[in-house]
Each structure stands twice: as structure tokens, then as C-alpha cells.
Design a protein around this ligand. Structure first.
Ligand SMILES: *Cc1c(COP(=O)(O)O)cnc(C)c1O
Length: 415
């Protein structure tokens, strides 16, 4: 069940009143439901059960250690895109052999870190990266298992909502180059997989199905020529409805045709890399109204706390935490404190008559929320709280003013 519901006109996360949390920890505050994290993960497991994939949670969506731990305990593995994310998942004792390391720009030290940690899969995105992985593996005396990320060139004309792997994309390699890469004589890499990830917030499974055909065709051709590819990473990007009238399909209907197709392929080893689907609707961002200026409510969260609306006009539902009196049918814009005209969290929302001190909650803030937060305008990063039914705990402390300047001593002179 969606964790943010009203009880006696007061918005709760599971059994905990959000007002209580704001009083105890202040705002801006991210509030997560542990139960919802588990529920979303299990839904995904069930939707894809027939192909029994390794579900690698995409850490970049939200990398909080306590959330990673919940997912690990549910049986998730992890999709990482940097040495920093590898450090995080190793901290929670994730099974390295099941980790997938993606990303276009892996440095030598990140590759070394992955190889020394026995990361199971390195998804290479260019010929140069394949050569580099081979060199580093040889130097360390190990053998790297890799998947090649394909740029499947899915027809964007018919799927204009999705920006995918086209020739102008920086991600992956065209099939022709991938085939060439499988024929390279490299002593310390084993190319065992094909990888596709064609975008986020996919509106329907069509483009993914097309990309899967490209990938399966690539695997067949590569294996005919002597390669030994037996795994397919289908990526992430599964849809989340951020508003009630969003026509996005539910995960079960999105997965069904994909599962059907994959279960008929010769490949038996699958990876998925869902980020947003697992974590987006598990959290709300709480914020306090500071000023009401005409029809603009200025609040203490902003693009430094949740950048998605400013960055790509993303929609987040805005709910009053306490439903007092009549809904006024007034329409408000909700803006942050940052000195940028793009710093709005929401536009044109019907809300009760707002005044200074009122609490608001932006829902579906779990994915690409805290993980994209910054210190812009020298605002300390917000705290994060995890609700477990009737209990709760801080899973990240609010930054202090001292934290802001911690690394700026600047007194050590060198010449
Ligand atoms: C970002 C990313 C994902 C996760 O995307 P979601 O839309 O959050 O599911 C998966 N795989 C790769 C390679 C990514 O870059």
C-alpha cells in the first residue's frame, strides 16, 4: 500500500504522523517507508519470476546505506556506476560476485577497485574501456567477466517519450563494433554478457522488446563466431506513475511481454537494473512554508534538496501535512529559497490557504531525490528518516554548518 495516507486529517508514513517527525527532526526532511521498499522489490520479483533474474538495484537512484541494507536482506544485488557506489555496497557486505558495474567513464583506479573486490560483472561501454579492463586485469593477474553495453538504436520516431541508444548517445556501442569487440584477442577478459538500458521512465515495453531483439540477435551472431555469451542484462527504467492520472502501465503489465519473450530465448541468465521503480514512491520530502507571496509559497526545500522539478520539469504531488478547514481551491506555485529563477518544486497546485509555518509533503521523492541533493547556496544536506511501521530512526543526520566547511582549511602551502 502507498505509505503516505491521511489518518484523522493528518498525513502519515505508515503508522507515524509526519508532523511528529518534522517536530523532532526539522525540515527539509526525507521520510522513507521501509515496508514500501520491500513491497516494491517483491512486486518486481514476482513480475519477472518466470525468468528468475538477478535484480540489481541501481544504487544511483538512492544510495543510503540503510536502504541498501533492506534491499540486500530482500535478496537484491546492486548495479553501481562508480567507485564510490562500490565502496557503499561493500560496506553493507553485498555479494560482490553478483554486482554489475556500469557507466561510461570508469577510471583505471575504479576498474582496479572493482577487480580487486571481485565484482562479478563489468559492463563495458566502449572499445577503449574493454582494452583498459583487459590491461588492468592482466596487471592484477585476474580474469574480468564483462558484458558489452549495446546501443540498440531503437526507433525513437515511434517512441518519442524515450530518448534511447542512438548514434548520438554517449552510452554503449553499436552492434557492429560489439561484434568486433567479441573477436578481439584479449587474454584477461571473458565477454559473457550483453547489456541494454535504453532509458528511464519507459512508457511501454515496446522499445525494450525491440532492444531485446537486437541484443538476442547480437548474441546469436557473436556465439556463431565463437563467442561464449550466456547472459543478458535488460537494464532498468521501469515506469513509475508520479500522479494519479499518469497513464504509465503497472509493473505487471510492463513485465509480462518482456518475460514472455525472454523465457523463449536460449539465454537463461538475466540481470535487471531497476532504480526508480523500487525507491521512488517510498519517500516524501517534508518542507515548511516560510512566506506566501501572492500565489507563491516559498518553502525551506528547493532545488538543493530535490532538483528534479528544476532539472527536468518533473512532477511531484504536493500534499498539506495537516488537512485543516476547507480546501480553498487556491492555486499555488511552490518555490525554494535558492537564487535561481528555475528553483520551483511545483507549479499551479490547488492547496488549502497556506501560511508561514505550514508543513507540506512532496511524494514520490525517493528516487533521484537525496542522491542528487547538493550544498548549493551553502544549505546543509537534509536529514533522512526511515519508518518501520510504528517506529522510526534517522538514517542520515542533517549536515551541520561545520560540515559545510570541513574540507576548506586551505592553509597548507606548497610550491
Ligand atoms: C540509471 C540506470 C539504471 C536505473 O534506471 P531507473 O530508471 O532508475 O530504473 C539502470 N541501469 C543503468 C545502466 C543506469 O544508468
Amino acid at each position: 500500500m502507498f505509505p503516505f495516507q491521511y489518518k484523522n486529517n493528518s498525513l502519515h508514513c505508515d503508522s507515524v504522523a509526519l508532523t511528529t517527525l518534522a517536530q523532532e527532526f526539522g525540515t527539509p526532511l526525507y521520510v522513507y517507508s521501509a515496508n514500501r521498499v520491500r513491497e516494491n522489490f517483491r512486486r518486481l520479483v514476482n513480475a519477472f519470476a518466470k525468468i528468475n533474474p538477478t535484480i540489481c538495484y541501481s544504487v544511483k537512484a538512492n544510495s543510503n546505506l540503510s536502504l541498501l541494507k533492506i534491499l540486500k536482506d530482500e535478496g537484491a544485488s546492486f548495479d553501481i556506476v562508480s567507485g564510490g557506489e562500490l565502496f557503499r555496497v561493500l560496506k553493507i557486505n553485498a555479494d560482490a560476485e553478483r554486482i554489475v558495474f556500469a557507466g561510461v567513464g570508469k577510471t583505471e583506479s575504479e576498474i582496479d577497485f572493482a577487480l580487486q573486490s571481485n565484482v562479478g560483472w563489468i559492463n563495458v561501454e566502449s572499445e577503449g574501456e574493454l582494452i583498459r579492463v583487459n590491461q588492468r586485469a592482466r596487471r592484477l593477474g585476474v580474469s574480468a567477466v564483462v558484458a558489452i553495453r549495446l546501443r540498440p538504436d531503437v526507433d525513437a520516431a515511434t517512441h518519442h517519450h524515450i530518448s534511447t541508444g542512438h548514434t548520438t548517445s554517449k552510452f554503449g556501442v553499436p552492434v557492429s563494433l560489439a561484434l568486433k569487440m567479441t573477436r578481439m584477442k584479449l587474454s584477461n577478459v571473458k565477454i559473457r554478457g550483453a547489456h541494454i538500458h535504453i532509458g528511464s521512465q519507459l512508457g511501454n515495453p515496446e522499445a525494450t522488446l525491440k532492444a531485446i531483439e537486437v541484443a538476442l540477435d547480437f548474441v546469436a551472431r557473436a556465439n556463431q563466431a565463437g563467442a561464449e555469451i550466456d547472459a543478458l542484462d535488460v537494464g532498468g527504467g521501469f515506469p513509475v506513475a508520479y500522479r494519479a492520472d499518469d497513464p504509465k502501465p503497472d509493473i505487471e503489465s510492463f513485465a509480462a511481454p518482456i518475460v514472455e519473450r525472454l523465457s523463449q530465448s536460449p539465454i537463461k541468465n538475466f540481470h535487471l537494473e531497476p532504480g526508480r521503480f523500487i525507491i521512488a514512491d517510498t519517500a516524501a520530502l517534508m518542507t515548511t512554508v516560510q512566506y506566501v507571496k501572492d500565489r507563491i509559497a516559498i518553502v525551506d526545500a528547493g532545488m538543493q534538496t530535490l532538483i528534479r522539478p528544476a532539472l527536468y520539469e518533473a512532477y511531484h504531488q504536493v500534499l498539506p501535512v495537516e488537512q485543516v478547514g476547507q480546501v480553498s481551491n487556491l492555486s499555488y506555485d511552490v518555490a525554494g529559497p535558492i537564487c535561481e529563477s528555475s528553483d520551483f518544486l511545483a507549479r499551479d497546485r490547488e492547496l488549502p490557504n497556506l501560511k508561514s509555518g505550514d508543513l507540506l509533503a512532496l511524494t514520490h521523492a525517493g528516487a533521484y531525490g537525496f542522491s542528487m541533493a547538493s550544498n548549493y547556496n551553502s544549505h546543509p544536506l537534509p536529514a533522512e528518516v526511515l519508518v518501520e511501521g510504528e517506529r522510526y530512526r534517522v538514517i542520515r543526520q542533517r549536515q551541520t554548518l561545520d560540515d559545510l566547511i570541513k574540507f576548506e582549511d586551505g592553509s597548507s602551502i606548497r610550491q
